[in-house]
Design a protein around this ligand. Structure first.
Ligand code: PEP
Length: 234
């Protein structure tokens, strides 16, 4: 299966000009690469950026109506967006997203024909309490409850303690978690790793930990660095 390298720009950069510059830099550098590259910018930049596959960082579970501030999957689809990140730990933490709510979003995204990057991962506290696998199992089972067709679902294993900290998960531990997650999904479901990925560690996750791709935050905002990460997955 083709590797998937996705950029999560989070609430960055601060201007349209900067977003276009980073995007165009990446676009130039990835011509002809053999991996699938997806850029997930802020909603407001989605209509501006053309020439690479786009993903949103979230969506709402209803199609339209009185939900002030929300964006629907149908709106994303209409813009030509192909992917959506659902269940990112920052949304779980700052917006109180529960597994039940995440499940509603994944269901709606699948119905709408969007491909999902479904994020799961344990906190440092859960890891230290020996609860990692229990947490991962609960997040997967509840997040995917009632969803039989996993064709458009990708899982991103993102230990919360590794995100944006520079403290990336070891290859051995990542492999152990990916093997564990594999038990709950299909053989051809892509399982990505995310958490402080840089060009000097990215290849290891693909070649040694068995990841089928990467979800990259901070390092995806520097075109040159992100291009190196993409090429390390080839
Ligand atoms: C992320 O936000 O999904 C992420 C993995 O961030 P970072 O690469 O900055 O740790």
């Amino acid at each position: 299966m083709k590797k998937l390298i996705a950029a999560n720009w989070k609430m960055n950069p601060a201007s349209q000009k900067q977003a276009e510059d980073i995007f165009n830099g990446i676009k130039e550098g990835v011509k002809g690469v053999a991996v699938e590259v997806v850029i997930c910018p802020s909603f407001v930049y989605l209509p501006l950026l053309k020439g690479l596959t786009l993903g949103a960082q979230d969506m709402f579970w209803e199609e339209k109506g009185p939900f002030t501030g929300e964006v629907s999957g149908a709106m994303l689809k209409d813009l030509g967006v192909e992917y959506v990140i659902i269940g990112h730990s920052e949304r779980r933490k700052y917006f109180n997203e529960t597994d039940e709510l995440i499940n509603k979003k994944i269901k709606k995204a699948s119905e709408t024909g969007l491909k999902v990057i479904f994020c799961i991962g344990e906190t440092a506290q859960e890891r230290d309490a020996g609860k990692k696998n229990e947490v991962l199992e609960k997040q997967i089972k509840q997040g995917l409850a009632g969803i039989d067709n996993l064709e458009n679902i990708n899982i991103a294993y993102e230990p919360v303690w590794a995100i944006g900290t520079g403290n990336n998960c070891s290859v051995e531990n990542t492999k152990e978690s990916i093997d564990f997650i594999r038990k709950f999904v299909k053989e051809n479901t892509r399982i990505l790793y995310g958490g402080s990925v840089k060009s000097d560690n990215s290849g290891l996750y693909i070649k040694e930990a068995g990841a089928n791709g990467l979800l990259v935050g901070g390092a995806s905002l520097q075109a040159e660095e992100f291009i190196k990460i993409i090429k390390s997955a080839e």
